[in-house]
Design a protein around this ligand. Structure first.
Ligand SMILES: C[S@@+](CC[C@H](N)C(=O)[O-])C[C@H]1O[C@@H](n2cnc3c(N)ncnc32)[C@H](O)[C@@H]1O
Length: 232
């Protein structure tokens, strides 16, 4: 039902409108993305593509690593802002279902908070795997359908259908990745909610945004998962 309601055009329109009205406030601050280049082990000269890059936050967090930065997003409004935010990166408008890059181009491909927004997950995962080098690492931040925030949204009927919000359980995500030829290397709980809690409990003193922290709730119920994958 949801997939029939939302088309690629309506999803793009929703994001364009959201970025126009909420601008930089729509996404997490850059410090929330500092964990990703650390987890991935990005080094000087690596080639990294952020699929559905939004305002370029992940790419901005990768700047200190002197890597070659690329981003694509379906929203032209986001792409224009991302180009301003990270002028050194190569950022273009594009659909994750049809990536305009040669096979085996990238050392790292990331896709944060976006995979569940896509219409055809299998096409996106095929494309992402295709453009990753043989030993590439892939990183997905994906929503957990057993997480408290998702359960509350469902209960209150406030799931964002126009923005094509979706969620899967841990087991379902593992299955989707395995069925599309990926191997799970590591899974972490989403870090930003944990860091926000630490900010309060340490009165702003002791938060290390580059260090992995454990969730205080069981993995089954965390808001989102960070999956680190390779080709199977
Ligand atoms: C919740 S935002 C996350 C943005 C960014 N990854 C971040 O974490 O800061 C989801 C993004 O997915 C993009 N998007 C949705 N469907 C897409 C598609 N088929 N291809 C490329 N980008 C898409 C939207 O335009 C939006 O920027």
């Amino acid at each position: 039902m949801e997939a029939k309601e939302a088309t690629q055009n309506t999803i793009k329109e929703w994001f364009n409108n959201t970025y126009k009205t909420r601008g930089e406030m729509y996404l997490r601050p850059v410090r929330a993305y500092r964990i990703f280049p650390k987890i991935l082990g990005i080094e000087k000269g690596d080639k990294i593509l952020d699929v559905a890059c939004g305002l370029g936050r992940l790419l901005e967090a990768c700047l200190p690593f002197d890597a070659s930065l690329y981003g694509i997003d379906i929203s032209d409004v986001a792409v224009n802002k991302a180009k301003e935010n990270v002028p050194n990166a190569n950022i273009e408008e594009g659909n994750a279902e049809d990536l305009k890059f040669e096979d085996e181009t990238f050392d790292f491909v990331t896709c944060l908070g976006s995979l569940e927004r896509m219409i055809d997950l299998n096409k996106v995962l095929f494309e992402i795997k295709r453009i990753g080098k043989k030993d590439a690492k892939f990183c997905f931040l994906v929503r957990n359908r057993n997480g408290f925030t998702w359960l509350i949204k469902k209960k209150l009927g406030i799931v964002n259908r126009a923005g094509h919000q979706g969620a899967k359980s841990y087991e379902e995500w593992v299955e989707v990745f395995a069925n599309n030829g990926y191997k799970v290397l590591n899974v972490y709980p989403d870090q930003y909610p944990i860091k926000k809690r630490q900010l309060i409990t340490t009165l702003g003193m002791g938060v290390d945004y580059e260090k992995i922290s454990k969730a205080i709730i069981p993995m089954e119920y965390v808001h989102e998962y960070i999956f680190i994958l390779s080709k199977a």
